[in-house]
Design a protein around this ligand. Structure first.
Ligand SMILES: [Zn+2]
Length: 473
């Protein structure tokens, strides 16, 4: 497949031809979402927002600017983000009395307000979320959707009375993200990051690393336990039942919506273009008439009837009756856009009151009676999702390998694998791995307990964990 052989070119071609993005915006790291791409992203965001709100997160919208003094309150956090900050220093000709920055993430925008909102234990837990763009001056090579200087995400922030409740919230955050990604048929590893790679200011970080055809993992979401680090810096306290002031415990989590879109494209797409999960497809069904001499009027009437029937079934459907393209060109066009089901109607279908259904994921065809069409399409959606999920999971399984020595690890990384190795827990050994093979220690499984099978692959000392090593975006 072209996707496997030359992922980068394939990906760029799909972004362009399926009108996902326009990458010609004249500022490095900033791109334009076009209609088709943005509608997919919005559908993903809606699934996530709905889930967050079901679990008590209130939607909010904070300003994009953060004052310098708030940003600089948590020491670790500054160290992690300072080099990536866009600063605003002037308004018109006037030098601003205090510098502002564009949010690289919103802890330091939100937590000064948490301080006002949280008074007593009755105000806890406090859970909010927002879908916004964030800004990071990335110095590595930028890549549309994978690594940009402006990107769209959803971030959630919570505050709790006890460490136990914050711990429970981390599990809830992981569960919500897992459910959203499963709805989209994606496959990934849920990894606890090594301490040297955790979010700046966190106690620990959990990440969702999705497989990508080029062998670089794509981090599509992260969940952090912040402990009371930010509560100390921002003096966020509450009065407990006995009247004592206590620090809150916090969590935050973020899902990169552009990266989730990249993941949908990369994991499900094929050489014909996008393959979209029906739930997020802007158009779920396209009707293509197959004209035949002498049947023009009958076919036109029949296709209008088919359209009404499918619309009545609550589906997002388009009748493509334009005369600018021949049927074959229309097939090619809508396959590129990833529309899950195509409905074809020609003379045979008109005569028999039938339609031909073609599913996008396998391109298999089946002819069904018109009055069963809606029901069959909904059933096809389930089958498509099951197939996408299975294919993606299989691809992940095939990509994970094991290595007992550096040579095997090197070969695994060259073969674009995610490689399991025994690791002692020492950062020096992780750095050595990166130097030697170009892959990074991504962390150990969060959802599965795995025992080391031998000594550390680098230093030979007793191993603490089985960790996953791969190249990354
Ligand atoms: Zn070691």
């Amino acid at each position: 497949m072209e996707k496997e052989r030359n992922f980068s070119e394939w990906f760029d071609r799909v972004l362009l031809e399926a009108e996902v993005l326009d990458t010609r915006y004249p500022v490095k790291g900033f791109t334009v979402y076009r209609g088709w791409g943005y509608r997919i992203v919005r559908a993903v965001a809606r699934i996530l927002e709905e889930k967050l709100e079901e679990r008590g997160h209130e939607p909010m919208l904070f300003p994009v600017v953060i004052p310098e003094d708030a940003f600089k309150r948590e020491a670790e956090h500054i160290r992690g983000f300072e080099a990536e900050v866009f600063w605003i220093t002037r308004g018109g000709d006037t030098e601003l009395p205090r510098k502002l920055l564009l949010r690289p993430t919103s802890e330091t925008a939100i937590y000064p307000l948490f301080k006002y909102w949280i008074r007593s234990h009755a105000d806890l837990p406090l859970k909010m979320h927002q879908t916004v763009t964030i800004y990071r001056y990335e110095t590595k090579a930028t890549r549309p959707l994978y690594r940009a200087r402006e990107f769209l995400w959803n971030e959630a922030h919570t505050a709790h009375a006890t460490p136990e409740d914050a711990e429970r919230q981390v599990r809830e955050g992981v569960e919500i993200y897992d459910q959203v990604f499963q709805r989209l048929g994606l496959s990934y590893l849920i990894l606890r990051r090594p301490d040297f790679d955790k979010f700046a200011g966190a106690v620990y970080s959990i990440a969702f690393d999705a497989w990508n055809p080029d062998g670089k993992v794509n981090q599509i979401g992260t969940v952090h336990n912040l402990g009371d680090n930010f509560a100390k810096a921002f003096e966020i306290t509450y009065e407990d039942e006995s009247g004592d002031q206590r620090l809150v415990h916090q969590t935050c989590y973020g899902m990169g919506l552009g990266r989730v879109l990249a993941c949908i494209i990369a994991q499900h797409g094929d050489d014909h273009g996008l393959v979209l999960p029906p739930e997020v497809a802007p158009i779920q069904v396209v009707i293509v008439p197959i004209p035949y001499k002498g049947y023009e009027e009958k076919l036109k009437d029949y296709c209008s009837e088919v359209l009404k029937v499918i619309q009545g079934g609550g589906l997002r459907v388009l009748l493509d009756d334009s005369e600018k393209m021949r049927p074959g060109e229309k097939f090619y066009h809508w396959e590129m856009f990833g529309v899950p089901v195509r409905v074809e109607a020609g003379p045979k279908e008109v005569e028999g009151r039938l339609v031909t259904l073609v599913r996008r994921d396998t391109l298999e065809r089946v002819r069904v009676p018109l009055d069963e069409t809606v029901q069959r399409i909904w059933a096809l959606f389930d089958e498509i999702m099951e197939n996408l999920r299975r294919r993606s999971r299989k691809a992940l399984e095939e990509r994970v390998s094991e290595a007992l020595n550096l040579e095997e690890l090197r070969r695994g990384i060259e073969e674009r694998k995610i490689v399991k190795v025994n690791w002692c827990g020492d950062q020096d050994c992780a750095l050595k791995i990166k130097e030697e093979v170009g892959g990074e220690v991504r962390g150990y499984r969060y959802d599965v307990e795995e025992e080391p099978s031998g000594p550390c692959i680098i230093c030979g000392k007793a191993a603490e964990k089985i960790v996953y090593v791969s190249r990354t975006y």
